[in-house]
Design a protein around this ligand. Structure first.
Ligand SMILES: Nc1ncnc2c1ncn2[C@@H]1O[C@H](COP(=O)(O)OP(=O)(O)OP(=O)(O)O)[C@@H](O)[C@H]1O
Ligand SMILES: [Mg+2]
Length: 381
């Protein structure tokens, strides 16, 4: 948007105040950012996209004075950047601030070969043009900010709508299984063999667990949002936690194998052992859930650079780069080709827990070659 506006503006200026070179430069904290350039040396010196420190440059002077600075003849190269203009036989420089009210956001710079060639009128007209550019920049920025907000809101409301149908589906499926099994047991108890009864009971307990986890996740999420998610900090032996979680996961699945690799000695960390177990189980569950049968999952724990890291790696489909932010968001799931059940709350909760420990949770993945989720926690002091 801005680029197009600048190009159109430069075309207009050409008819009003002739120049051999023109540049629009915006301030970005302590840096000058060249936004648009036309005319002499536009590809060689300070082309669009150039960023350089403001200190010591003519821009610094313009921003300080809040009025045009006219360099009749730059032969002495008073500002370091002027040597490059001289090399192109440019001699005369007029720089005017881009003013929004009393705030200077950059400069419009016109350069000519002929020394002392800007008339008083041209200088005044250029000052006016500076104000025009400034207000155009302000409008476009406001418009872009607005558009981003609207897009974000639209995305959030789509997520929420997905969530309602997702959760009701996720609740209904296990519920239906539990109710169906209970009814069968009740009506046909006598006809069923002990093995059949056993398998209905197992189904009920499995589905009830799934329901409990789901409800737990929804509750955790609303506590995180409300800021009432509580922790019980203590000394945690991460090696033990990893071996335990891996043993539990290994027992619960026959489809994939889960291996622990703890590089001793691991320093103890300060944390909430139960919450950290929740994070780890979540990562392992995901790895299992998104891996093809027969695969292996690796859980490595090691100390490095004063941190302790736990990395859960799988060889599943991985996560495309453009989805790597989304999956840590509330309800964030990759829907294309994803038929696994879930609500998309797991990683949101896991990252919140990691951050509450002063740590991080990130993913590294090359799609089709698996994913590695790394929990990093600060080591002892
Ligand atoms: N190991 C993995 N390999 C590939 N994709 C993954 C992996 N782990 C997570 N994902 C992607 O990230 C999404 C979010 O994961 P998250 O754990 O937050 O939710 P979920 O597993 O879908 O549901 P649940 O809330 O039940 O855990 C998943 O839906 C999946 O698309
Ligand atoms: Mg999950």
């Amino acid at each position: 948007e801005l680029d197009q506006a600048f190009d159109a503006f430069i075309r207009e200026v050409r008819g009003l105040v002739p120049f051999d070179r023109i540049a629009i430069v915006l301030r970005d904290n302590g840096n000058a950012q060249v936004m648009a350039v036309a005319g002499a040396g536009s590809d060689e010196i300070f082309p669009p996209g150039t960023t350089r420190p403001i200190a010591g440059s003519l821009l610094e002077e313009v921003l300080r004075r809040h009025e045009p600075v006219y360099r009749r003849d730059i032969a002495g190269a008073e500002y370091p950047e002027e040597q490059e203009f001289l090399d192109l036989h440019l001699r005369c420089r007029l720089a005017t601030p881009l003013l929004i009210g009393t705030q200077a956001i950059g400069m419009l710079s016109l350069v000519r070969r002929e020394p002392d060639s800007f008339s008083r009128q041209e200088i005044e007209l250029t000052a006016l043009l500076g104000r025009l550019v400034a207000s155009a920049v302000q409008n476009i920025r406001a418009y872009e900010a607005e558009r981003k907000t609207v897009e974000e809101l639209r995305r959030l409301s789509a997520l929420r709508a997905d969530f309602v149908s997702l959760v009701s589906h996720e609740l209904r499926t296990p519920m239906a299984a539990v109710i169906g099994s209970a009814r069968t047991l009740q009506q046909r108890w006598r006809e069923l063999t002990p093995e059949q009864r056993e398998s209905f009971l197992e189904l009920i307990s499995g589905e009830t667990n799934r329901l409990a986890t789901l409800i737990g996740d929804v509750l955790d999420t609303s506590r995180i949002e409300a800021g009432t998610f509580s922790f019980r900090f203590g000394d945690v032996d991460l090696g033990e936690l990893v071996r335990d979680s891996v043993a539990t996961a290994e027992l619960a699945t026959d489809e994939v194998s889960v291996r622990a690799e703890v590089r001793d000695p691991l320093p103890r960390v300060r944390g909430d052992a139960e919450r950290l177990r929740q994070v780890l189980m979540n990562l392992i569950d995901n790895a299992i859930k998104y891996s093809p049968a027969g695969d292996a999952i690796n859980v490595r724990a090691y100390a490095e650079d004063g941190h302790v890291r736990i990395a859960v790696s799988d060889n599943g489909p991985g996560v495309a780069r453009e989805d790597q932010r989304l999956i840590f968001e509330k309800f964030g799931r990759v829907t294309s080709g994803n038929t696994r059940p879930g609500t998309g709350l797991g990683l949101f909760i896991a990252r919140s827990i990691a951050e509450a420990h002063g740590g991080t949770l990130d993913v590294h993945s090359v799609p089709q070659h698996g994913a590695t989720f790394t929990l990093q926690l600060p080591g002892p002091g």
